[in-house]
Structures are given as C-alpha cells and as structure tokens.
Design a protein around this ligand. Structure first.
Ligand code: DOR
Length: 426
C-alpha cells in the first residue's frame, strides 16, 4: 500500500525537515518528503492543520505478560501504545515469571508479532528473579533480542553485583536502565517525605533515597564505561547530580515521566490511591527542577512508566495500594499541554525527547522520517481539546491520574512499518 500524508506540518528534527509538506510511504518505508510529490495510486491522508512526526518510542512500559494478563497483555498494551502515538515500546522485566532468560525474550517478541500493533522491545532483568544477587543470563538475552537490561521496580543495592553487571553489559553495548531508590532509606514510605507527608501523617520516602543511588551509579558508570540510563528521575537533587555528570562529559542518560513533571505530592490530600507511584510524586519545587532539566537537556527523554494495576488491587487504602499509573494513551497530550503550550519545550524538542532520543538510547531504528527510513508515523492534531475518560482508554487497566482532565492535542492516525494501525473515530 502506498500512502501520501498531505499538507501536514512535518516535525522531523533528526531527519532535518521541519515545515509544511507531504510524506510518501510505500512498502513500509518513507520514499519521499517535501512538496509536489507524485501521488498517483496513493491513498491520501489529509493532514492539513495537523502535525506529522516520527512514531514515539517509550523507554519504559510495563506490559504484565506473562503473569498478570488481567491487568495488561502484550496485545492490549501495544494497542494502547499506538493509540497514544507510540510505535515502539520497551517492556520491563518485572513480570511473573521475571524476564531473566532468553526463552522469555523470545516469548515477548512472538506475542508482540501476533498482536501486531506497536513494536515491542524486550528489556531483560539484570539479576535472576530481580533478586539483586546473581546476574541473569544477560548474554543469552542480548542474543535473543533484549535491547537493554533493568531490574526496574527495584534498585540493585549490592554494589559488587552491580559493578559486575555494568562490566558485563559493555560486551553487548546495551544500556542498563536504573530504578534508583535505596530501600533502607525509603523504609516503609508510601509518599514523598516532606511537608505533605507530615501533614497527612503518612510515612515518607525521602529524596535522598533516590539521590544516593544516583550518585553511586554515576561513579560506577564513569569507572566501568558502561551505558547507564537513569529511569523516572523525580528529584531536584537527582537533576543536579546528572547535570554535573553531563557537564563532566559522562555519557549517562535519563528520563522523566509525565506524572512526575505535572503532579505534586499535594494531591495526596485526597488519599486517592491512583496517586501512589514509585518513585513518589514529589514537591512543587522538584517539579520545577524537572522542567528545568528538560529545558537544558539534562533530561534526555520522556517515558511513561506505564504501570497497569487491577481495579481491585489499586482501590484500597492509600498505603496498601500498589505503586504505579498508566500513561501510554495520555503522555503525548500531557507533554504537549504542559510543556509545549507552556513554553518549556518547542515542538521539535518534544519530538526529540519522545522519539529521537529514546531510539538513540536503546540503539534501535526509529525517530526519523528521511527517505528510506521505516515508516513509523503519527498524525497529531495539536488544536483538539479532549477530556480523558475511563471509557476511552483501551489499556486493560484504568489507573490513570489524568482521568477527567482536559488536555490539548490528540493522535489521529498512526502507521507502523507503513501499515495503518490506528485511526481515530472522528
Ligand atoms: O510505580 C511503579 N510501578 N514504579 C515502578 O518502578 C514499577 C511499577 C510497576 O511495575 O508497577
């Protein structure tokens, strides 16, 4: 099938084209970008007044399969992904069983192929069973197609094991994605430790629990030369540490989630368990620091940490609810509304952080619409206002903190490898 996406504002910072034009797609690839392109035998997609950009890539999705298919499956999560404009997602290893061996990497790839929505890139565990004691089969997983390693959900506290993992990972050139939270300092905290935890009488997780781990791991990244990526950065101190590390020339990278740069711990006054997440929602001043980190490129990427939970388990007292929020279907509109419309990032820089940089960090194709590139493409209407509703979400779980919120910007059509995978009901 040959498509011509006509008259949209193409935003392709990596490919070097930003401006109104047409995009031709054939046999899964981009075959022309510009104006006056030959449109014979093309199916035309009218994009006038809309934006056209490379498919977004999520560095951080939990798909829950195998083990908790009641919460999400590879099929339902990758369908939610394309609806949100993500044509590629990296899925975390904290499933049941844990993705710590090659057959499970193969399983994820196979299920993703059968589902046939977004591309799914499996992340293998760093340690067996996420127990932090013994390295998982990193080599076999790399050979089977893992794009990165992570014990996400848990920090790797044994520094010797972590050093070994870093050194080993350099053989494959794959990044290690880090969940930074010292469990002893975090204790039994259920929210950010600060003014609101004191007022509400809930045990807090201090910022320093994240920052001591980041400081340790910056040192180890430098020492081993491994590719280290800091997941879901949440504190002002973490931003400062990474800014300094980058100023010293270290090749570390980091991401922030839409919930961490938009929602603060004050919301927990409602005791609504939807706001329980790890790392926790931080203070208003942390939010400002995270936005500054995005602005000065200390923070490379925006990732969802899409973490589906069942209604029964999530709807409990705040302290007993599991941590996590879904985000695939709202991330782009939240970032558009909160960052682009408020002047924090230009649209080009938003696409850098949602598409170009994630592809670079994972070492995968994508993030560009030059001639010959794979046709992973999004049409986005920046002027469409919508309200997030439970009914509208296709993820199996509905634990979104953005439900009932009005957002600007809606994904209209999405192609993966040149095949139309999503089109909005007008
Ligand atoms: O809130 C979170 N939930 N943070 C994580 O790092 C893990 C995730 C999950 O798996 O539910």
């Amino acid at each position: 099938m040959r498509y011509c996406i006509k008259g949209g504002e193409i935003v392709d910072p990596a490919g070097g084209f930003v401006g109104v034009g047409d995009l031709l797609i054939e046999d899964g690839k981009v075959i022309g970008v510009g104006s006056e392109l030959p449109v014979e035998n093309c199916q035309i997609a009218d994009a006038s007044g809309k934006m056209v950009f490379p498919g977004l890539i999520d560095l951080h999705t939990h798909l829950r399969e195998p083990g908790r298919e009641d919460e999400e499956t590879i099929a339902s999560g990758s369908k939610a992904a394309v609806k949100g404009g993500f044509t590629g997602i990296a899925c975390m290893a904290n499933t049941d069983p844990v993705i710590d061996n090659a057959p499970l990497i193969e399983f994820i790839k196979k299920q993703a192929q059968l589902a046939d929505f977004a591309k799914v890139y499996p992340v293998g565990a760093v340690t067996k069973g996420l127990k932090g004691q013994e390295l998982a089969e990193m080599g076999a997983m790399a050979a089977a197609g893992a794009v990165a390693f992570s014990d996400d959900g848990k920090a790797i506290t044994n520094t010797a094991v972590f050093r070994e993992a870093l050194e080993y990972s350099t053989q494959f050139g794959l990044p290690i994605l880090l969940h930074e939270e010292d469990p002893n300092l975090a204790g039994d905290g259920v929210m950010h430790e600060g003014y609101w935890s004191t007022v509400l009488g809930l045990p807090g997780t201090p910022s320093i629990a994240e920052e001591v781990m980041i400081a340790r791991d910056i040192l180890l990244a430098e020492y081993t030369g491994a590719k280290v990526h800091f997941s879901h950065l949440s504190t002002a101190g973490g931003v400062r540490l990474l800014r300094e590390a980058k100023q010293r020339g270290l090749k570390v990278s980091t991401e922030v989630t839409p919930h961490h740069f938009t929602l603060s711990d004050e919301l927990i006054q409602s005791y609504n368990p939807v706001y329980r997440v790890s790392p926790p929602l931080r203070s208003a001043s942390d939010l400002i620091a995270l936005r500054e980190g995005l602005q000065d490129d200390t923070i490379d990427a925006i990732a969802t940490d899409h973490a589906p939970h069942s209604f029964e388990e999530k709807h409990r007292e705040f302290s007993l609810a599991p941590t996590g929020m879904i985000g695939l279907e709202t991330a782009l509109a939240v970032a558009w509304t909160e960052l682009v419309l408020k002047g924090v990032l230009t649209k080009e820089r938003l696409i850098m952080k949602l598409s170009v940089k994630p592809a670079e960090i994972l070492g995968i194709s994508g993030g560009s619409l030059k001639n010959g590139d794979l046709a992973d493409v999004v049409i986005f209407d920046p002027n469409r206002e919508w309200t997030v509703t439970k009914e509208d979400l296709v993820s199996k779980s509905k634990n979104s903190p953005f439900i009932n919120m009005k957002l600007m910007g809606k994904v209209e059509q999405v192609w993966v490898n040149g095949i139309l995978k999503y089109a909005i009901d007008k």
